[in-house]
Ligand binder design. Structure first.
Ligand SMILES: [Zn+2]
Length: 164
């Protein structure tokens, strides 16, 4: 939240070349199961939140590349690292929920494109589940992981000087 008490959101791609702010409130949050969204995200479904028409989307570092995925839509993604970032249609722009720095604040409230829903999606939560640290065979490896992803907050300079 910004000082003037208006909702304020930030996010970006994994490599940090593209960063955004939303000044103002967000619109509807959803997941879309349609086949076009699956392909655009390389995933089971696309979690998207629309930018409210009274709010302002600002690209604070870089800007997405866009692929015209249909006569109506553009799909924005980081041209350096490929992170899916937007769905842009004549009626507005939606942002990928997990690209936000605090995606836990943006819970989807509706599903679209059910005709494309993959048959196992409804059963993912029934699968056996473990935390990353739970896997003893991977423990040493996990302890040695150094993330090169951009952190979940704005940075003055990226990448950090020492890695250049
Ligand atoms: Zn990137």
């Amino acid at each position: 939240m910004s000082l003037d008490n208006k909702p304020h959101y930030s996010g970006g791609c994994q490599c940090g070349a593209v960063r955004f702010h939303v000044d103002g409130k967000l619109g509807g949050a959803s997941v879309c199961h349609c086949r076009m969204c699956q392909k655009a995200f390389g995933n089971f479904y696309a979690p998207l939140v629309s930018v409210h028409r009274e709010s302002k989307l600002i690209w604070t570092r870089g800007e997405p590349k866009r692929f015209r995925s249909s006569n109506f839509g553009l799909r924005g993604f980081c041209g350096d690292c490929g992170t899916p970032l937007t769905f842009e249609a004549p009626d507005g722009v939606a942002l990928a929920i997990a690209a936000f720095d605090e995606p836990e604040e943006i819970a989807p409230t509706v599903q679209w494109g059910l005709e494309g829903k993959l048959p196992y999606v409804d059963h993912v939560h029934e699968l056996p589940g473990y935390t990353t640290e739970d896997d003893p065979e991977a423990a040493d490896f996990v302890n040695d992981i150094v993330s090169y992803q951009h952190p979940d907050h704005d940075t003055d300079q990226w990448p950090p000087q020492e890695r250049k």
